[in-house]
Design a protein around this ligand. Structure first.
Ligand code: ZN
Ligand code: FE
Ligand code: FE
Length: 198
């Protein structure tokens, strides 16, 4: 019979696989980012993500279970889309907005998963596991919020920049936010934020 315990175990193995994939993927996403603040945010979440792997191992141990991963098809798919979008938008002023959207889809998936796992650990009476899962959940939520802030602070405005592709971005950067004023107010905002696009 498939019980809540079975569901919990399977989902835990799914997230263990997801986190390990993210540990490999986040450095690539950071490298693809041209916004230094976004790169920093991704790398700082990489550290937390390495911690999530360790915490999940502790959750397994708290149930006297062997640590186990089970391919998370959702994360595989989300990371494929992230690769695709990063390749499509390479050299574009929308690259950071594209990466933020890909990263936020991952965070939302994690938030949904850890929300459930946390509740289930409580129902199963394992307060140690519930506490660890709450810690992970809090970090996923904070990571998601940082990404929203970065998008609002500059990446989305940056993404509005010249639609004629590579090269035009450089010209806008040279304007240093003064020449373009009145023509494209968003350009000034982006330059103040310290974006360096190629
Ligand atoms: Zn995580
Ligand atoms: Fe999954
Ligand atoms: Fe995360």
């Amino acid at each position: 019979m498939k019980t809540l315990k079975t569901l919990f175990r399977d989902e835990l193995a799914d997230m263990y696989d997801a986190e390990r994939r993210l540990v490999k993927a986040l450095p690539k996403m950071a490298k693809a980012a041209t916004c230094p603040d976004l790169r920093k945010a991704i790398l700082s979440h990489l550290k937390e993500t390495q911690g999530h792997v360790k915490k999940l191992e502790q959750v397994f141990q708290s149930f006297d279970e062997k640590v186990r991963g089970q391919t998370c098809e959702a994360t595989v798919g989300l990371l494929e889309e992230a690769d695709e979008i990063a390749a499509d938008f390479k050299g574009s002023p929308a690259i950071n907005a594209a990466l933020i959207s890909a990263a936020q889809k991952v965070e939302h998936y994690e938030i949904a998963s850890y929300g459930c796992l946390h509740e289930w650990a409580g129902l199963l009476g394992n307060t140690r596991a519930a506490g660890l899962l709450q810690e992970i959940l809090d970090e996923e939520k904070a990571a998601n919020e940082s990404l929203t802030e970065l998008a609002r602070a500059s990446s989305n405005e940056d993404a509005l920049g010249e639609s004629d592709g590579m090269g035009s971005e450089k010209a806008a950067g040279n304007a240093s936010g003064k020449l373009r004023r009145g023509v494209r107010p968003v350009v000034a905002g982006r330059n103040r934020a310290g974006f360096s696009s190629r």
